[in-house]
Each structure stands twice: as structure tokens, then as C-alpha cells.
Design a protein around this ligand. Structure first.
Ligand code: DQA
Length: 145
């Protein structure tokens, strides 16, 4: 099984970007931790970050035949990208929306996700470890069904 892990705009800056909100862990650190966890559980991950909406959509379309789940932190696209939502909607695998910060404690524009209604579930506010929890959930739920 392969899991697609997608990160949207500005998440390449983790580690230096507003560390009081997002922490000191870099995206490379997260990728390493996820690859370790995936290897331990006998699955592969594809790890993609882009600052461009179209690249995120292309990536979803290109991977949709070969993956068993999507873990996505759409960054600010969470709040307004109907195009990413539509691309995700067309895929029939579990989709977990991850946010490092607790978006519900922050500015009002972050309280609304256009992705959440089509996602299987959402993790927000658990820091970078939210990605690992999402991976475990996808693998556990797939094993049990
Ligand atoms: C974020 C929250 C979004 O509101 C923000 O635009 C991000 C990161 C998070 O991981 O907490 O870029 O998705």
C-alpha cells in the first residue's frame, strides 16, 4: 500500500515560520518521521509539498489509482480552494486533513475549512505529530475493514 502525504503553501518553511505557532520541527523532519513509521508498518509513502494549487491538484490526480489514503495539510488553501476540494472528492480513499496548529483557536478565517466536508476526518492542534496520528489511523482502519 502507498499513502500520499501532501503539504500546501508555506509548509516548506516549517522550522523558521512562526515557530511559536508551528514549532521548530522542519518539513524534512516530518518526512523522515513519517517514512520511518511507514517503513515500520510495511507501507510506502509519497511525500509532496507545493506552494501551487495546480501542482497539488495534478499530484492528487496522478496518484489516485495507486494510493490507499491521502494525508493532506492544505495550508491556507484549506480555507478557500474549491479546486483542491473537488480533486479530493473524486478520489475514493480515506482523506485525513491535518493542521499543525489548532485553527479553531486562531483568526476567524481559519475556522472554516472547505476541505473538511469531504474529508474522512480532521486532526488540528496536535503539532507535527498529527501527521503520524493520521498515518496510524489510515493504516489501522484499512487493516480492520
Ligand atoms: C495550517 C493552518 C492554516 O490556517 C495555515 O494557513 C497554514 C498551516 C496548520 O497546519 O496549522 O499554512 O494548515
Amino acid at each position: 500500500m502507498r499513502i500520499l502525504v501532501l503539504n500546501g503553501p508555506n509548509l516548506n518553511m516549517l522550522g523558521t515560520r512562526e515557530p511559536h505557532i508551528y514549532g521548530a520541527t522542519t518539513l524534512a523532519d516530518i518526512e523522515r518521521a513519517m517514512r520511518d513509521r511507514a517503513a515500520a508498518r510495511g507501507v510506502d509513502i509519497d511525500f509532496v509539498q507545493s506552494n501551487h494549487e495546480g501542482v497539488i491538484i495534478d499530484t492528487i490526480q496522478q496518484h489516485q489509482q495507486t494510493i490507499g489514503g491521502i494525508i493532506i495539510n492544505p495550508g491556507a488553501f484549506t480555507h478557500y480552494s474549491y479546486a483542491i476540494r473537488d480533486a479530493l472528492s473524486a478520489v475514493s480513499v480515506p482523506i485525513i486533513e491535518v493542521h499543525i496548529s489548532n485553527v479553531y483557536k486562531r483568526e476567524p478565517f481559519r475556522h472554516h475549512s472547505v476541505i473538511a466536508p469531504i474529508a474522512t476526518g480532521q486532526i488540528a492542534g496536535l503539532g507535527w505529530r498529527g501527521y503520524l496520528h493520521a498515518l496510524d489511523w489510515v493504516l489501522d482502519s484499512t487493516a480492520n475493514t
